[in-house]
Design a protein around this ligand. Structure first.
Ligand SMILES: *Cc1c(COP(=O)(O)O)cnc(C)c1O
Length: 421
């Protein structure tokens, strides 16, 4: 998170002091760096230059319209998992022809919306989904472009909740059934088979699992083509990790170059366009969650810093036992104490960080680092807590890109009972 740095012991986001953002927008607030998002995407785009490659951004990592629009302008494609995400891409000025539609449970209305918009490809995860898409395409007089997501049975070496390429997983079509599924797809009149895809997991910090998945796809592609079904593209999904706690994921360029080299050495691989669907690697280290210490609370066994952000704002620690760095916004020389950083929600799982050595006073501000991906998008209103504001910094400017929710908006769709008789 180079965009987040100290000057005179004050933490800045790009050139904006975080303390000023807290004064202006309140806390908790998500803060994103425009430069960091564009740099991360740009490294992929640069490495892909000269190759027939579309780098898609997986919207579910962070679907704020301003974030999407930055990536629209930078030329990215988009990976979506719902009609809601499609609507966001279109609302941000994106082009449906650069959208791939993933997800294991596409509803009829999801599919209709995507057909109407003209998405580039449906990444299909089951035989019944093939039939449903073909039927809906027939009803609107279209041929739906599809790819089949296969489960390559590759261990991405990551947390079980974010590992998706193993046999026991709900995702994709089992490797040994893939050929039959492709034959079914090719036989359905309103489908156009374009490609084959996979997505093996998230927060992957090595190149090897990606190459193993690629090899499995290429081997399958050989058998699919031998059955007379031509493919145009391979989609390797997303999943590249970031550094939360000193992990060292491969450089984006090194990953892409290893993949291009493997493709170039393969008889069929040379012919295919390549697609990626990166989420976390584009936005994860481009965001932080700004929060204020409400209380310092000592118990006989532990010291707690109770802050105004909680698991409803940033679920990853509670859900995955995830580690996020915690940075004081104003560094001070006081004695340091080991704290658990916890929120006000009534759950023992409501913690953001554990055993952090910090010098704190009530009212201090903290930055929860690496919160740009799967932060705001996984947030909820649990405990009737309005969702945080979102701010995008650009040099010395700060742009409010989502207002803090109001309490009234939380129950605006609810209805009171009819009058009692
Ligand atoms: C979540 C998801 C992605 C993005 O994963 P990251 O780990 O954020 O890169 C890509 N493709 C599919 C199908 C997904 O479900």
């Amino acid at each position: 998170m180079q965009w987040c740095h100290y000057r005179n012991d004050q933490l800045l986001a790009e050139e904006v002091p975080l303390a000023e953002l807290a004064n202006e927008f309140g806390t908790p607030t998500y803060v994103y760096s425009k430069a960091a998002i564009l740099q991360a995407y740009g490294e992929f785009a640069h490495a892909a230059q000269g190759h027939r490659t579309l780098v898609c951004y997986a919207l579910k990592a962070n679907s704020n319209l301003a974030v999407i629009e930055l990536l629209v302008r930078a030329g990215a494609g988009f990976d979506i998992v719902s009609a809601g995400e499609l609507a966001r891409v279109l609302a941000a000025g994106g082009d449906a022809a650069k959208v791939v539609f993933s997800g294991v449970g596409k509803s009829e209305s999801d599919i209709r919306a995507a057909l109407a918009a003209g998405v580039r490809c449906f990444n299909v995860e089951s035989e019944p989904e093939l039939r449903r898409i073909s039927a809906l395409a027939a009803a609107s007089g279209q041929r739906a472009p599809i790819s089949l997501r296969v489960n390559p049975d590759v261990d991405a070496g990551t947390h079980p909740y974010i590992s998706t390429g193993l046999r026991e997983n709900k995702f994709g079509i089992a490797h040994e059934r893939a050929l039959d599924a492709f034959k079914l797809a090719a036989s359905l009149p309103n489908l156009e088979v374009l490609g084959i895809d996979c997505h093996i997991g998230s927060q992957i910090t090595e190149i090897a699992p990606f190459l193993a998945a690629l090899d499995k796809l290429l081997e399958l592609a050989g058998r699919i083509e031998a059955a007379g079904i031509a493919l145009k593209h391979l989609d390797l999904g997303g999943g590249l990790g970031i550094s939360y706690q000193g992990e060292q994921p491969p450089a984006r360029r090194d990953l892409l170059e290893a993949i291009f080299a493997r493709l170039a050495s393969h008889r069929l691989g040379r012919n295919y366009e390549l697609m990626f669907e990166f989420g976390r690697a584009i936005v994860g280290n481009a965001g932080l969650l700004l929060t204020r210490v409400e209380y310092l609370k000592s118990t006989p066994v532990k010291d707690f810093a109770v802050v105004d952000a909680a698991m409803n704002d940033l679920l990853r620690p509670a859900l995955y036992d995830a580690w996020h760095g915690v940075l004081p916004v104003a560094r001070r020389d006081d004695e340091q104490v080991v704290y658990d950083i916890v929120g006000p929600v009534c759950e023992s799982g409501d913690w953001l960080a554990r055993n952090r050595r910090l010098a704190l006073r009530p009212g201090d501000l903290l930055a929860i680092a690496s919160a740009g991906a799967y932060g705001m998008t996984m947030s909820s209103n649990y405990n009737s807590r309005p969702r945080a504001a979102e701010v995008l910094v650009d040099g010395n400017r700060a742009l409010l890109v989502r207002s803090r929710e109001t309490v009234e908006s939380l129950y605006a769709l609810e209805r009171r009972l009819p009058p009692a008789d």
